[in-house]
Design a protein around this ligand. Structure first.
Ligand SMILES: Cc1cc2nc3c(=O)[nH]c(=O)nc-3n(C[C@H](O)[C@H](O)[C@H](O)COP(=O)(O)OP(=O)(O)OC[C@H]3O[C@@H](n4cnc5c(N)ncnc54)[C@H](O)[C@@H]3O)c2cc1C
Length: 311
């Protein structure tokens, strides 16, 4: 049986999309490899109604609510290949099975390329973060270290004095021009050019010259890319953003390949649970409407203007 929609990625964005489609009594197959982006974090902040909750709990409550709808099928596993055209897609899973579907929605999430600093990866989501709105408040206006990864780190450092006293570590990824140096100094941000040797303890930075600084928390701007290469393999256009690579979509969340949609972190910036849920809900409704109205939103001027108004 061909599903109305196959959603690859069953985290916040994918489940929010599935909910809209299920409530329209459409058949939905969700394929999910279970690697939520915030899986290392003990708490999730900033999502209305769930502030400070375990992110796994938020996902499992959502999944149990989806499972009440009889037109849902859920596969815990990986989609390893996808091909076809609008109304006739096939998604292959790692167990060798092939699943037909009329529309594809890629809610794949992104991977985080972290700076190669010893001790950083194991503290990611615990005492090393990327988003101050998610994890800044809990640092209690203490000492904050920012580990530079490139020019975006200047923006990150300039925002963070809202949450504490900031030191920006160049770590070989950033050089300050006189204008940037003046801006940092005006905001009370200290600049440390000495490279980092390692991170120890809760969030202690040990520099190459042996000096050690203890922090309430550290921030760094990871570079993102789609968590799997399905979009590329389907021929979807990708785009470069200051945070990395994402899938290009229309306002209706349709990719450059008709019938293939994308939502959540993989198809928008910036990133958060709230924004992924909102993007997913919008994408789910758009996938549904593409099933109702035969013409694609990309070629139907009436639907294009509707999506513009709705945004
Ligand atoms: C350390 C850390 C802490 C964070 N803390 C917060 C916070 O406190 N508050 C907040 O609002 N946001 C937080 N975020 C951001 C938040 O995690 C993301 O914005 C959110 O998870 C995006 O949801 P998503 O559904 O788009 O993608 P994801 O949650 O990344 O989910 C993508 C899903 O797709 C699956 N998938 C990918 N490829 C395939 C495939 N080929 N086949 C099958 N399944 C596949 C993955 O396994 C995964 O389950 C944090 C992020 C990080 C990295």
């Amino acid at each position: 049986m061909s599903h109305d929609a196959i959603i690859v990625g069953g985290s916040y964005a994918g489940m929010a999309a599935a909910l809209q489609l299920l409530r329209a009594r459409r058949s939905v197959l969700v394929i999910d490899a279970g690697q939520r982006r915030n899986r290392m974090a003990a708490t999730s902040h900033g999502f209305l109604g769930y502030d400070g909750s375990d992110p796994a709990m938020i996902a499992s409550v959502a999944r149990s609510q989806l499972e009440r709808y009889p037109t849902l099928r859920w596969i815990d596993g990986s989609a390893v290949a996808a091909s076809g055209t609008r109304d006739h897609f096939i998604v292959a899973t790692s167990d060798g099975a092939e699943h037909p579907g009329r529309r594809l929605l890629l809610a794949l999430g992104v991977s985080d390329a972290l700076p190669a600093v010893q001790g950083l990866a194991e503290r990611w989501g615990r005492s090393v973060f990327h988003c101050p709105y998610c994890h800044g408040y809990e640092l209690d206006r203490g000492e904050i270290g920012v580990i530079a990864t490139g020019p975006m780190s200047l923006h990150q450092a300039r925002l963070l004095p809202e949450w504490g006293t900031v030191t920006l570590f160049a770590n070989g990824a950033l050089e300050l021009d006189p204008q940037a140096a003046r801006e940092l100094s005006a905001l009370g941000i200290a600049f440390e050019p000495t490279p980092i040797d390692r991170i120890e303890g809760h969030a202690d930075i040990v520099l190459a010259d042996g000096r050690r600084r203890a922090f309430a928390g550290l921030f760094t701007a990871s570079r993102n890319a789609p968590a799997s290469d399905l979009a590329e393999r389907l021929g979807c256009e990708l785009m470069d953003t200051p945070m990395g690579i994402q899938i290009r979509t229309s306002e209706a969340k349709e990719t450059s390949v008709p019938g293939v949609f994308a939502c959540g972190d993989v198809a928008r910036v910036p990133h958060s649970v709230s924004l992924a849920v909102g993007d997913g809900a919008w994408a789910g409704a758009q996938v549904h409407q593409s099933l109702v109205f035969a013409v694609s939103a990309q070629t139907d001027p009436n639907r294009q203007s509707l999506t513009r108004v709705a945004r």
